[in-house]
Write a protein that binds this ligand. Structure first.
Ligand SMILES: [Zn+2]
Length: 121
C-alpha cells in the first residue's frame, strides 16, 4: 500500500501519485526546504565560528595551538571551505582566507595573502 509522503494516508489512483493532494505536496516540499535551509545555516554558523576562532588567535599572535585546546574553544575541524595538498607541506585546510595545517597534535595557522586567495577562488 502506497501512502502519502506528507501525512502517511493510504493513496489510490495514479501509480506515480505521491501525495493526497496539493496541500500535502506543498507541506512536504516546505518541510524539506526548511530542513535544507537549516542545514546550510548550521554549516555557515560553524564556518563563521571557526573563522572567528582563528582570527582571535591570530590577533593574539598565537599561530600554533594544540588540537585539543582549539577544539575546546569550539573549533570544529570538519568545517572547512577548501583543502589543498601541498607537495612539501601536506594538506592545507582553508577557512576562507585563513588556513591551517595539522602537525601531530598541533594546529599551525597561516594567513593566506588575500590576493593569492582571490585569484585562486
Ligand atoms: Zn497527505
Amino acid at each position: 500500500m502506497r501512502t502519502c509522503l506528507a501525512c502517511d494516508t493510504p493513496i489510490y489512483g495514479r501509480v506515480d501519485k505521491k501525495y493526497c493532494d496539493h496541500n500535502c505536496r506543498n507541506a512536504f516540499h516546505n518541510e524539506r526546504n526548511r530542513s535544507n535551509r537549516k542545514y546550510v545555516q548550521s554549516v555557515n554558523r560553524n564556518l563563521a565560528k571557526n573563522h572567528r576562532i582563528l582570527e582571535e588567535l591570530i590577533e593574539n599572535e598565537v599561530v600554533e595551538v594544540k588540537v585539543q585546546l582549539i577544539k575546546a574553544m569550539g573549533f570544529k575541524p570538519q568545517f572547512i571551505t577548501s583543502c589543498e595538498i601541498d607537495e612539501k607541506e601536506g594538506p592545507l585546510f582553508f577557512i576562507y582566507d585563513y588556513c591551517y595545517q595539522q602537525i601531530n597534535e598541533q594546529i599551525v595557522i597561516k594567513i593566506r595573502e588575500l590576493e593569492t586567495y582571490r585569484n585562486s577562488a
